[in-house]
Design a protein around this ligand. Sequence first.
Ligand code: FAD
Length: 431
Amino acid sequence: MQQKQKSTGLVWFQNNLRITDNNSLFEACKNHEKVIAVFIFDVRLFDQKIFGFSKIDKFRTKFLLETVADLKKNLAKLNITLLTYFDFSDALIPNICKEYNVDEIYVQKEWTREEVEILENVNRKIPSEIKITETYDQFLYHPNDIKMSFNTIPKVFTQLRKYLEKEISIRNEVEISKKPIENLVENTTKIPTLTQLGFDHFEQPTKSAFPFSGGESSAEKRIEYYFFETQKLGVYKKTRNGLVGTDYSSKLSAWLANGSISAKTIYWKIKEYENKFGPNDSTYWLIFELIWRDYFKYISLKHGNSIFKIGGILNKEYEWNSDKDKIRKWIDGETKEPFVNANMIELKKTGWMSNRGRQNVASYFAKELELDWRIGAAYFESVLIDYDVHSNYGNWMYVGGVGNDPRDRKFNIKLQAERYDGDKEFQKMWD
Ligand code: FAD
């Protein structure tokens, strides 16, 4: 009698680069005897430019490489091999399915145009028996729990926040209970090097506010440090507008952006902290900020590709310019505003900028220089270590007056500098 083939699940990792609370991995381990995993450094990400900026620069690339290396180690402990390639995802996935007799592909559900196109291409190329299971796994509040259709999502943040806090429960983390059988497949693939991806080796300046490395393990260490060892979480609301050092805010954004930690894991860690040390304004405020993150994801679910259009989701017709010299001066920190300059130099040298800095430089770009906000957003996309499509384009639209700011504010840069950098400590650091 012929032995029945063991069924194989393929977890195609993208922006969900973790083993804890990973729904795709959880489902694959539950449903299949054999599980393999793949991560592809898609050539398009490293080749293409928007408004003249590469889609990913050296800071995020290095962080991503560290993240994938950590994932590979963690997956091996679960008997799962991570195959890694530098190639075109949609060309490669069908071949992997064939080579490893894959029955089902598991991916995090994405809805922005480039990701959707790639998955559609894969779907066209694989045999119809291979199922693709997509799950939203990047939210704090799961989209399937929302009792309204995406096009009725409230325009204003506070309305959505109140609805979510009142009506929706945050799900528990998923936990893998069944390891796949010993199925480490022979793996001749290697994680590419920074040089192979087109960048020279570099070190972060010692004064960087973001000296951290990528990977789930370092995200866990950061939480341990920020929440439990130092209890900085307990004063977060007072320090979160800071500019200098590693601890004024959680710094969790880069790990959240590539999914090496889930928003739910952070939430449940905050609850653990509250049980131990008591809740306060600050513990709530970190959750509040995570809801902002969800909000921009819901706005992009609602409005689709409008988040990339010049008129934004409001379809506003402003006069924008694209003066090359003004853009260059903004990037190089040579504007007439020292506070803008210091923030822009920090970004250029480290890939990091505080939330206070981002709001000021974006407002200056769009509202003072009246430059096409999408160019500023594209520069951020390239350089930011924590770039996230929804948070980046959502915040840029918001600050640029084509998004959801009910007050359409313009920042007074000088006042902001006095208020948040009165002694010029930050400006002296990055002059
Ligand atoms: P904390 O203050 O510790 O907040 C905790 C978490 O809450 C963050 O990690 C983040 O996930 C979320 N959060 C906080 N503020 C916001 C916000 N305004 N919008 C959405 N989520 C928020 N954030 C990104 O993660 N990726 C981006 O590409 C990005 N681009 C931005 C562009 C502009 C123009 C502006 C004004 C903001 C942008 N932000 C972006 C939001 C915010 O600046 C960063 O999330 C924050 O500075 C990250 O630092 P932290 O992790 O220490 O934040």
